[in-house]
Design a protein around this ligand. Structure first.
Ligand code: FAD
Length: 293
């Protein structure tokens, strides 16, 4: 069915290997392009109705146990070109946020240090409007290149996207291929110190050594999901191998035996309890995809 491709196509790939929760069923097709042109060529050869799932490092994704009946486009470990000219940093979407932050810092640029501890790809950060320490990625974006399902590349100004807290409206059937950030001139040494400090803070407050997907729920306006969950005494609440982290109440951790269904059931249970007791509807930040087993 496919011709002249240079990337790697796998059939029946277990998505549990590609998500930070370490759960998720099988994808019928899993494609890791060798470069942006190869990605465009692959997309142009896919049937128009093929369901598509884009996957970075899977650090914000709950894939159900029945897997994904379609094609996964994997950008982790590929699409890693990065170029810094003056205060402009252009990167492809497979670049890891940590690497991007460190390279920008080394070039004496300031503004992207907050990305250092976000364990995802640049593409995932764009899709999620990732943020930390009072900063978000989209205020830095000047333009993006998208690719559509026919493999057509488009350069779009940041103003084409409606962006809000952990949410970006992307034209349907378009995904990010690369983007340009406008950073400010800073000082390489200070940036390196700031990154070190931010990473230290994270290790203290987050269960970074257990399979998880970061904050499960968005923070409600003027409050913190973690505070609401902790105040109800829900730390340690467990379904199967999934439990509310003892270290950070807005994290759900996998003890190594969890199914995606355990995690999803726990998300619903926490949501119900907070709704009943506090009258607040928590909205998941993590994206839940795929079929139940
Ligand atoms: C320990 C830990 C700490 C975390 N801390 C933070 C934090 O401080 N701040 C924060 O914002 N997040 C945090 N996260 C969540 C997560 O790392 C971010 O949301 C990250 O940006 C997701 O990147 P990813 O590559 O893993 O995306 P994935 O999880 O692979 O994908 C996330 C979504 O983006 C879509 N997507 C991926 N690539 C593309 C693309 N190229 N074009 C269009 N759509 C795409 C996917 O389809 C999916 O819907 C944390 C997670 C963990 C595990």
């Amino acid at each position: 069915m496919f011709e002249n491709l240079q990337g790697e196509l796998r059939l029946n790939e277990a998505l549990s290997k590609h998500t930070s929760w370490r759960v998720g069923g099988i994808a019928q097709r899993f494609y890791r392009p060798s470069n942006v042109e190869d990605l465009a060529l692959f997309l142009s050869q896919l049937p128009a109705e093929e369901p598509l799932l884009w996957l970075g490092l899977g650090s914000n994704l709950l894939v159900r146990d029945g897997g994904f009946a379609g094609t996964v486009i994997s950008t982790a470990g590929t699409l890693q070109n990065i170029d810094i000219k003056g205060q402009e940093l252009t990167a492809e979407v497979g670049v890891y946020c940590g690497k991007l932050a460190k390279l920008a810092a080394r070039s004496g640029l300031t503004g992207s240090a907050f990305l250092a501890g976000i364990p995802g790809t640049f593409g995932g950060a764009l899709a999620m409007n990732a943020g930390a320490h009072q900063s978000e990625i989209w205020p830095l974006v000047s333009e993006v290149t998208t690719v559509d399902r026919h493999g057509v590349l488009r350069v779009r100004p940041a103003a084409d996207f409606k962006v809000s807290y952990r949410h970006v409206e992307i034209p349907s059937d378009e995904w990010f291929a690369s983007a340009k950030l406008s950073l400010e001139q800073g000082n390489a040494e200070q940036e390196a110190l700031q990154i070190k400090e931010l990473l230290k803070r994270r290790n203290v407050s987050q269960p970074t050594n257990q399979p998880c997907a970061g904050s499960v729920f968005r923070n409600p306006e003027g409050d913190f999901s973690g505070r609401l969950i902790e105040d109800l005494g829900l730390k340690g609440l467990r379904i199967g191998g999934a439990s509310v982290s003892e270290k950070h109440a807005n994290f759900i951790v996998n003890d190594g035996t969890a199914l995606a269904s355990d995690i999803e059931a726990l998300i619903l249970l926490v949501q119900q309890k907070v709704e009943q007791e506090e009258g607040v509807t928590l909205i998941p930040e993590v994206h839940i995809v795929g079929e139940a087993a």
